[in-house]
Design a protein around this ligand. Sequence first.
Ligand SMILES: Cc1cc2nc3c(=O)[nH]c(=O)nc-3n(C[C@H](O)[C@H](O)[C@H](O)COP(=O)(O)OP(=O)(O)OC[C@H]3O[C@@H](n4cnc5c(N)ncnc54)[C@H](O)[C@@H]3O)c2cc1C
Length: 244
Amino acid sequence: MTETHPIMTARVTRSILLSEKTKHIEFEILDKPKFDFIAGQFISVREPKGDGKFVTRAYSIASDPTNDHRFDLCLNRVENGFMSNYLCDREVGEEVHVHGPHGHFVLHDDLKDTIFISTGTGVAPFRSMARWLFQHPERYQGHEFWVLYGTRYEEDIYYREEFEQMAREHSNFHYVCTLSRCGETWTGCKGYVQDHLREILKANPGREMQTYICGLNEMVSGVRNVLKDEFGWGRKQINFERYD
Ligand SMILES: Cc1cc2nc3c(=O)[nH]c(=O)nc-3n(C[C@H](O)[C@H](O)[C@H](O)COP(=O)(O)OP(=O)(O)OC[C@H]3O[C@@H](n4cnc5c(N)ncnc54)[C@H](O)[C@@H]3O)c2cc1C
């Protein structure tokens, strides 16, 4: 590993089941008192696979930058995947090896009205960005923000309480959660994120906007196509991070 990104040891301090296959895990870095990163960046986890080889996988940091050595991840177990299951199996007190932060999926300095679009654990960088933004009025005042989140079932809505709380506290923060396979009791939005993206854009004509998209490639491509083909958005307005 290069000297710019030395390997660090991170210890699990808390592990919470978010749904059947997904965990929120909190870590503390043991090697240094402060871990600097920008909201939206990812960390790489590097572990031996058992055959003498190492596996390295990227994970978006789900917490906002604080003045210390901690970070959170939101992890989905992938069937037959090594690292996702390895991390989800870690107990409090166990250690893993990481390097970073990495990545350029961060908020631009010239902030505009922003739609954050994700599915599944793709919500992780937006938890980080939203928490960072709403820490100080000078970061969020004068703009509108939407967190548009899609998943299949109600039980897979991660960090729902936190986002709903943010929406209650800030009239310029909008939380739109849509289910593609909802039960009969669900009274919220239904369908795919693309459907509700169209609604948001049609309800807000003439605004200077940008979007950040995060999740699996199929969703990211679908959303980019809607923005480019149906609304004529240019590249600079569309920022994305693909998990696969
Ligand atoms: C920048 C970046 C940030 C990421 N952040 C997160 C995050 O915050 N949370 C998170 O859970 N994952 C995240 N990922 C995905 C993560 O890096 C791994 O790809 C994922 O955990 C699978 O790794 P694995 O070793 O368990 O499976 P692998 O052994 O790599 O893959 C096993 C099988 O699953 C398929 N597969 C790979 N990735 C996925 C996936 N994400 N979903 C479904 N199938 C998949 C592969 O095609 C393969 O067939 C991120 C990826 C990138 C590039």
